[in-house]
Design a protein around this ligand. Sequence first.
Ligand code: BGC
Length: 699
Amino acid sequence: MKTKTFTAVLCSIAMWQGTQAQQLLTWDEAYRQADVVIERLSLDQKISMMRGYDKFFLPGVPEAGIPYIFTSDATQGLRLNLNLPDPTMVRQIERSTAFPSPIMLAATFSSELAHRYARSVGEECRASGVEVLLGPGMNIYRNSQCSRNFEYFGEDPFLAARMVEAYVVGMQSTGTLACLKHFLANNTEWYRRRSNSIVDERAIHEIYTPAFVAGIEAGAASVMTAYNRLNGEWCGQSHYVITELLRNEFGFRGMVMSDWRSIYDWRKVVESGQNIDMPGEDYFYLTSDIRSLADCGQITEQQIEEMIRPTIATSIAFGLYDRILSGDKYRPELLDSLPAHAQTSYEVAAEGTVLLRNNGILPLRNTRCNILLTGRWLEELPRGGGAARVEGYDIVTPQAALSRLGNVTVSQKPSDEELRSADVVIITTGTYDTEGVERPFAMPKADERAVRRAVELNPNTIVIVNSGSGIDMTAWSDRCAALIYGWYPGQNGYDAIADIIAGRINPSGKLPMTIERRFADSPACGTMPRGASFYDRVRNEHFITPYDVAYDESVLVGYRWYEYNRIEPLFPFGYGLSYTSFAIDRPQLAAAGDLTDGDTVTVCVRLTNTGNIRGKEVVQLYAGEDRPTVVRPPKELKGIRKVELDPQQSTSVEFTLSKRDLAFWDEETRSWRTNPGDYTIYIGNSSADTACTLKLTVK
Ligand code: BGC
């Protein structure tokens, strides 16, 4: 690491040329330099470093040589229309790529694509002077009604962790810092500032934090706390959340910021370990101003200094101040890569589209058949909303992409006769998901009716679902000819969906969550207070009585819940079809089937493409303890390999397991524990299809 000092740079501005924003200084050195900077600040300047500026800037003190740091959301591409109070603060670019939503990225089960996706988004941020990306988001999909699931990586902590680590490395390799959000247990959007997630320590460790830990280990520079309370205290001012868990236990040394307008009591904030109140606007439920608390000794100057140190140290460690002050804020030449970004966007959509049902109708080879195209999305691109909304450019609408399939007639409201007489009906359906609200598991009635009518009238109906979560498809999913889960596929994702339908691409996406048959089957049923309604959004949320969300299912989230309780879901986690077929056999342990401390064991299976076309399969390894001493899921994902094979080709697929991979969080000792005894290793191509098993003994 270089040892260039920020204070020296303030005098003689040296150019920071690379696009690599790996940490330039060690944390100790960066903190040492931060202290030198802080020493020169007045009390008022220190106070101004506690709060964000102008909606999207991390604090700065320009008169003391500390520039403001620009942040932006880029959940599914860089958000451009920020409506900054002072638009002269930055030079924004004119267009940015609208990528597929992160849940679609998770459905690729590909770390390589996660890396490339993040690198592409990071380059667009770097081009437009965004120093810190407000993402990635990684809250676990606990509840299919959560309208923000599309922004995250699904229900499984192992899958989410693999996505996040690749994402963080890809993002930060461009010079744009990542911000892991929303820490912690923000799994509902129903009055998100009023919900109190009641979560036990095991679920916190086994389910809700592994993705954050993976992001920290991958070098993420910042973390955003969540809107909700965790076990009674708001995350943004919780000593347990920020100091005990994030800092002391997970060893995070970067900067922490609040989610937008989510702190309430300054004394708690300074004691919690929080670093920045974002966006730093005054609002009525925030206790009195900091200066008066400091004047009457309720907050000490030392506490203020502790609060602002990580912000300054992180900015120094990653060279942000040098970059801005040396005139290297913008890298417009990185926009030369926009065509490559569009290609990445397409590939993510191609590998993240999940084929859930196919009675043989797909791929559609007959280009002369009469296709009737109808449904919810024809001329409009389905995409997630809120801070995640991205306009994109050169948008490929569903209608434009699907019309290229051949003899296509488009009809918004087809008659029964039109539906009946078409050779094939393609209907798009799904939900519009956006932050700040929940939406029902059931689709809007009119959309549900339209799909049922199509499948009833025409047995050759192909349904394309665009949604950020699972939806209720129980009434018709086994009656359509094919069912394609297309999420929010990004600006050119419908090209990929059309290519899948036409057989130019062989689908390989897998569900990153379970889709339940009925919402009542889900552990999240009952999250909303009794009597609450989805549409009850008119009142200001601060007048809503805080309500508890009891995570009674503890670690049994997603497939862990359905398997433990023997509830058959509509579609299981990890499931997705291909146009070819694969066989997985010959499970083997490379060494003796015993595992002792410090060892790893290698598990191998043979994967064969038994069909007639080239294709990719996601081989999944799960592990379960045979006789657990606490309630444990029957099995948990511990390995993912995505492999491409020619027809009839075979290969050996290897996984490595350590004792820690088999551990659970022991609440008594507050540490990870692996019981000695027998474990079963399951290998297959979905959580419900793991015919290959092995026994493993832990000594
Ligand atoms: C969202 C964050 C987002 C922030 C800034 C908040 O409402 O919860 O995820 O980064 O706004 O747009």
